[in-house]
Design a protein around this ligand. Structure first.
Ligand code: CP3
Length: 342
């Protein structure tokens, strides 16, 4: 069904009101998520399709969001490349990738065999959601995946990945090529299983200069997007911290550009032009503010968009675990009320 307002907005078509969903909308801020999560580890949750489907549905029921996002993690397909993964609670790879030999040892998973649970979760959700909301599949951008694989965990300065990038550029390139190919197959498998849109998360794409983004990151994301079976399936590309290089992000060729909150939505739209839609861009910490403040910020963003087609309302990054759930619900209601036509 292409009359879902979320999909229409992705294609830049007019809609009755602005569609809204929240990055990381399934998660720890919801007591109903914690109830499921208290019985299983995060990885078990990702690997059990019935449970992953259940927590995907929770924010649709509670918030009334206009799109659902598959419950999984960007690192799910990296484990079967040969890197043992734990969450403590952030992701940890026991043996990070540091040498050319480590890169050569990585395998490209066979998706139906190595991550069948992801594809099964998508199939369950498509049956559950038919006629209600569209389902977004997702993956990490090659660079953000490389950051975790090389650092072994989150990082403040990303010294290891940058060291590889600048001092062993051939190794860096071979790692990025391999991840890009894995990602291409992984996202195409999600599309084949029924994902109706794909979001590529480049959480760490903004940690380099624009020149280095163009040289070391953009070619791989561009190749990934070119390799997707994207007919009828909009691609959303979110690069956190990319406000100063949206022209480059646009060149990767997505249908929708995700925006964090460091650039005004109006300014971003003027820079990006009319060919791409945008998604964003409320600072996630605004959800700690009282309702009047939340409403004011929602209105400001809608005003900045100024009625242009092709806007999907979202946060500028994932919802934080300590946000009151009723504030998230109120934010969704504000978007729905304030953007309704007529
Ligand atoms: O958006 C959704 O509701 C779908 C599920 C989803 C998760 N992770 C579930 C999750 C999505 C889309 C992601 C993407 C993801 N994972 C990103 C890109 C987006 C972003 O937030 O920057 C990144 C960088 C990761 C890696 C990751 N996974 C980190 C850094 C962490 C720990 C941070 C934290 O929130 O504690 C995770 C764990 C994780 N992924 C949780 C959830 C619900 C928390 C796990 C738990 O229940 O303990």
């Amino acid at each position: 069904m292409s009359d879902y307002r979320f999909l229409k907005a992705c294609w830049g078509e007019p809609v009755d009101r602005t569609p809204v969903w929240l990055m990381r909308q399934a998660g720890r801020y919801l007591p109903q998520y914690m109830a499921v999560r208290s019985k299983v580890s995060f990885l078990e949750l990702c690997k059990t399709p019935e449970l992953a489907a259940e927590v995907t549905i929770q924010p649709i029921d509670y918030l009334g969001a206009d799109a659902a996002i598959l419950f999984s993690d960007i690192l799910t397909p990296v484990e079967p490349m040969g890197l043992k993964l734990d969450f403590a609670p952030g992701p940890v790879f026991e043996s990070p990738v540091r040498t050319q030999a480590d890169i050569d040892a990585l395998r490209i998973p066979v998706m139906e065999e190595d991550v069948p649970y992801v594809l099964e979760t998508i199939r369950i959700l498509r049956r559950e959601f038919e006629g209600r909301v569209p389902l977004i599949g997702f993956g990490g951008a090659p660079f953000t995946l490389a950051c975790y694989m090389v650092e072994g965990k989150g990082s403040k300065d990303f010294a290891q990945i940058k060291r590889m990038m600048y001092s062993a550029p051939e190794s860096y390139a071979s790692l990025m090529e391999k991840i890009t190919e894995m990602d291409r197959q992984y996202l195409n498998a999600q599309i084949a299983a029924g994902a109706q849109a794909i979001q590529i998360f480049d959480t760490w794409g903004g940690i380099v200069s624009p020149g280095d983004y163009e040289k070391y990151i953009l070619p791989y994301t561009t190749k990934l997007i070119e390799g997707l079976n994207r007919t009828g399936v909009p691609i959303i590309h979110f690069v956190k911290g990319a406000g100063t290089m949206l022209d480059l992000v646009k060149r990767a060729g997505s249908d929708v550009v995700g925006l964090d909150w460091h650039i005004g939505l109006g300014k971003a739209r003027n820079l990006l032009g009319t060919e791409v839609a945008v998604q964003g861009n409320l600072d996630p910490t605004i959800l700690y503010a009282p309702p009047e403040h939340i409403e004011r910020e929602v209105k400001r963003i809608l005003d900045e968009n100024d009625g242009r087609p092709g806007h999907i309302f979202n946060l500028g990054h994932g919802i934080l675990p300590t946000v009151p759930p009723e504030h998230a619900k109120f934010m969704v209601e504000c978007v729905q009320r304030l953007s309704a036509k007529g």
